[in-house]
Write a protein that binds this ligand. Structure first.
Ligand code: FAD
Length: 300
């Protein structure tokens, strides 16, 4: 099979048995059997068609800033869009490929004095991951500015989904049900004032740096916001700030984050998440639900 893969996918950047901890924000995660970096849609469709033909599982990751890859890694193909990352401006519209960095895209908007993207100035995801998750902060979210997105269906066809068909909710989109993969997305912005946009982005990033442990590897907010509460507050009230399992601890700066302070593993993350859920429920009666996605296999 390996020979067939190498023949059929010749010319495509594919790394074998590649440790994913080198690519994740948490710095944990075992190997991907085949880590692929398509340079264009043609290469992407070749990978997906080959995988489907051979019944090899495949999945797409963005910047891996909102997930934990287990220590046993991921079987089959993991596709990264790092090389599909162009950003184009057309009037007041920005069209970005899925692998474009979200923060860099907000800087392109700023450069062209376009307003509407400031909320995302500090969210460390990719465009694809942000659309999939309906990323948001400080009152803004992807749903407010998305016009449409081009996706690759699980069968390998390309289609366009209009924003009103995306069923956006809090950190939710229809893509989480369909398995469609974002290839590119179009955003409608408005003409604005360069200095005002810049000041707003600086203000939001300052707030973020004050509150979030950006100096350590993490996966952002670990838990969804429970109705009527804040996850970080409940964790703090359960006296769990600084609580550590292995190399991973509840951030002392923001209890909603878990930081990898000492070469932690995915198992440390999972054990800590389970422990925090149990202890917060015992203390407050509220059961926290993870926002972070946990994927891959346990180490055997
Ligand atoms: P990944 O983590 O790589 O993937 C997340 C999910 O998206 C996975 O299921 C993956 O399969 C899927 N996915 C990725 N790319 C695609 C694609 N092209 N098509 C279809 N599915 C895809 N989030 C917020 O919303 N607001 C915040 O303020 C915020 N602050 C953060 C701060 C820190 C320090 C960190 C580490 C994270 C923060 N996050 C925040 C979480 C994260 O940055 C966002 O959820 C982001 O949108 C995830 O994008 P990603 O590319 O990293 O996705």
């Amino acid at each position: 099979m390996l020979n067939e893969l190498k023949e059929d996918l010749v010319g495509i950047d594919i790394r074998f048995d590649e440790p994913l901890k080198n690519y994740t924000f948490t710095k944990v995660g075992g190997p991907a059997d085949y880590l692929a970096f398509p340079r264009n849609r043609y290469e992407l469709s070749r990978i997906v068609k080959f995988a489907n033909k051979k019944n090899i599982p495949w999945l797409v990751l963005g910047n891996a800033s909102n997930l934990i890859v287990r220590d046993g890694g991921i079987r089959g193909f993991v596709i990264l869009f790092d090389k599909l990352n162009s950003v184009a401006i057309n009037g007041y519209t920005i069209e970005a490929e899925a692998g474009a960095n979200l923060i860099e895209t907000t800087k392109v908007a700023r450069f062209h004095s376009l307003t509407g993207f400031e909320f995302a100035a500090g969210i460390p995801g990719s465009i694809g991951g942000a659309v999939f998750m309906n990323a948001g902060a400080y009152g803004g979210e992807i749903a407010h500015i998305l016009v449409s997105t081009q996706v690759l269906t699980p069968k390998g066809d390309i289609k366009t989904i209009e924003a009103h068909d995306m069923r956006f909710g809090y950190r939710r989109s229809i893509l989480q049900e369909t398995g469609d993969v974002v290839i590119s997305a179009k955003f409608a912005l408005k003409p604005g004032d360069y200095d005002q946009i810049k000041n707003e982005m600086t203000r939001l990033n300052h707030l973020r740096a004050l509150k979030q442990p950006l100096e350590y590897p993490s996966c952002g907010s670990v838990f969804k916001r429970p109705l009527g509460h804040f996850a970080g507050q409940l964790i703090m009230e359960a006296n769990l700030k600084g609580h550590r399992i292995g190399g991973v601890e509840v951030s002392t700066k923001h209890a909603g984050f878990m930081v990898n302070v000492a070469g932690g593993t995915a198992k440390d993350y999972e054990d800590l998440i389970a422990d925090v859920i149990t202890k917060v429920q015992a203390n407050s009666g509220v059961r926290l639900e993870p926002e972070v996605r946990i994927i891959g296999e346990h180490l055997t």
